[in-house]
Design a protein around this ligand. Structure first.
Ligand code: FE
Length: 130
């Protein structure tokens, strides 16, 4: 999915645009989802691609939604981010290329991964009770 920056600017809120297209970061403990414990799935706020599941969400204490793995094994794209002194691995939506957050290797077992994701890059879809 390719859109011009001006088109993204129109269909996203200023906060979503800043994070997804300009690689911004929301302030810790300010997002909608860091403390969300409901069951469901998290999709990309820009394109709706399924990214993470509530079953893989854990309380990292960082103030950002944190997951041990993506919803599918190829559910996210990563690339090296050298924008600060410490090299980090950036997490991107594989469908629209939007910036989601970063992945670190200090997560809980069994994956040992911590996908640290901005709430504003996500849209939560609550699982309907049967
Ligand atoms: Fe996307």
């Amino acid at each position: 999915m390719k859109k011009k920056e001006s088109e993204w600017n129109q269909c996203l809120t200023p906060e979503q645009y800043c994070i997804l297209r300009k690689k911004g970061t929301e302030r810790a403990f300010t997002g909608k989802y860091w403390d969300n414990k409901k069951k469901g799935e998290y999709v990309c706020a820009a394109c709706g691609h399924r990214l993470f599941l509530s079953d893989d969400k854990f309380d990292s204490g960082t103030g950002w939604p944190s997951f041990t793995k993506p919803a599918e094994s190829d559910g996210v794209k990563t690339q090296l981010d050298l924008s600060i002194i410490m090299p980090r691995k950036e997490v991107l939506c594989p469908k629209c290329g939007g910036h989601l957050g970063h992945v670190f290797s200090d997560g809980p077992k069994p994956t040992g991964k911590r996908f640290c994701i901005n709430s504003a890059a996500l849209k939560f879809k609550e699982k309907k009770k049967k």
